[in-house]
Design a binder for this molecule. Structure first.
Ligand code: FAD
Ligand code: GLY
Length: 378
């Protein structure tokens, strides 16, 4: 492995995370990033580490992977913070899923029942008990589910830390370098064509987020089924009287947008997110921001007074079954690590550890085997 040249396409959390682990093992790694590393979905995210709150009964494999990755976070945060010599804002306060009217309570009960069927560590709470935990919650909150083990990380700090840790171990980061084509000869990948030149490589890892199917050179049959799913977000500045410690998510049976509020250690309160099938359109809309503000204000009325700091959009790399696409492909030495959709920040540790292990040992672990591309192949 020491002599092999590894090339990663995409410098988001996934590319940087894998790159860091490989460079740390002594491998020769270069990341090609078309813009600035860590500024796409990985920058836009809310940083929730929420396998329980986002659990769907019909996605048991994804839930298991999310829980495994969450369990790695304390070790991951410690290792990354030590290598990067900076904090990544990992917080363990937990998540409250709240309802605001009787219809929402019914929906919450349904969610709670399915979480219990899955054996998840969740707790039912009355509206009053929820307000004791978070006094800023509206008196309208009827009931809540407490997910104590769903945590959060500051994803913007995490991408900065990953960039530092990766380069500290000799990883090469080429920014403003667009990979135009993946070059394949006789079913073996040989390198990439950037806008400047051909770059030979022994292993190529495709970690280009929602752009992963846009790069030329891949045969149609193995194009990763990944598409962009737009999310609009905003940040408020918490002030005296309105401080929130837990992540708060709403369940709204009658509204199109449920929201989440994620408190950061620096006082920012992240509010998200819309979920829109709009292709690569990244425009903010009045309606999107209105829905977020309305949803957040209904749950926490005091936000009305808070300064609005920032608005932005991001594109989630959504796969056809919402789960990531991880591991080997029918093309020799071409590895996929893409399609992390709504959970890419949560899934970064397990992706980085497992994909780097695959490249170093040549063996796909049982952990990631269910997420291989072949589940989509005829
Ligand atoms: P990206 O961060 O998008 O990185 C891909 C990189 O590849 C980009 O930097 C891009 O410029 C580069 N690239 C693309 N094409 C090329 C090319 N041809 N050549 C070179 N470089 C290229 N996840 C959670 O776990 N928790 C959350 O709370 C959460 N909230 C979210 C909220 C929003 C609004 C959004 C949009 C996402 C959220 N996510 C969340 C999902 C998470 O952000 C993503 O799953 C994750 O960031 C994907 O990481 P990535 O590295 O694959 O993609
Ligand atoms: N996981 C939160 C989001 O994708 O909006």
């Amino acid at each position: 492995m020491a002599n092999k040249k590894i090339l990663i396409i995409g410098g988001g959390v996934i590319g940087l995370g894998i790159g860091w682990q490989l460079a740390k093992s002594g491998a020769s790694v270069t990341i090609y990033e078309q813009a600035k590393a860590g500024r796409a979905a990985s920058w836009a995210a809310a940083g929730m580490l929420a396998p329980l709150a986002e659990a769907h009964t019909e996605e048991p494999e994804l839930l298991k992977l999310g829980c495994q990755s969450l369990a790695l976070y304390p070790q991951w945060a410690q290792e990354l913070e030590a290598d990067a010599e900076m904090s990544i804002g990992y917080r363990v306060e937990g998540t409250l899923i709240v309802g605001l009217e009787p219809d929402d309570t019914h929906q919450l009960r349904h969610l709670y029942a399915s979480q219990q069927d899955l054996g998840l560590d969740v707790e039912w709470s009355t509206g009053r008990a929820a307000r004791e935990i978070e006094p800023a919650l509206s008196p309208r909150v009827t009931a809540a589910i407490r997910c104590e083990s769903d945590h959060q990380v500051d994803n913007r700090l995490m991408v900065e830390a990953l960039g530092r840790a990766y380069q500290r171990y000799g990883g090469v980061l080429c920014e403003s370098s667009n990979v135009e084509r993946i070059v394949i000869e006789s079913e073996v990948v040989t390198g990439v064509q950037t806008q400047e030149s051909f770059q030979a490589a022994d292993v190529i890892i495709l970690a280009a987020g929602c752009w992963s199917a846009q790069i030329e050179g891949l045969p149609d049959a193995i194009l990763p089924p990944v598409r962009p799913v737009k999310g609009q977000m905003l940040a408020l500045q918490m002030e005296d009287g309105i401080t929130i410690k837990n992540v708060i998510r709403t369940v709204r049976a009658r509204y199109p947008t449920s929201v989440y509020l994620v408190p950061r250690t620096d006082g920012r309160l992240i509010v998200g997110a819309t979920s829109e099938e709009m292709g690569f359109d990244t425009r903010l809309t009045a309606g999107g921001i209105f829905e977020l503000l309305r949803g957040a204000w209904e749950a926490v009325p005091g936000i009305y007074e808070l300064p609005l700091l920032e608005t932005w959009t991001g594109l989630r790399p959504g796969s056809r079954d919402n789960a990531p696409i991880l591991g080997e492909t029918p093309i020799e030495n071409l590895i996929y690590a893409t399609g992390h959709y709504r959970n890419g920040i949560l899934l970064t540790p397990i992706t980085a550890y497992e994909i780097s292990k695959l490249i170093l040992t040549g063996k796909t672990s049982e952990t990631i085997a269910p997420f291989a591309l072949d589940r989509f192949l005829a």
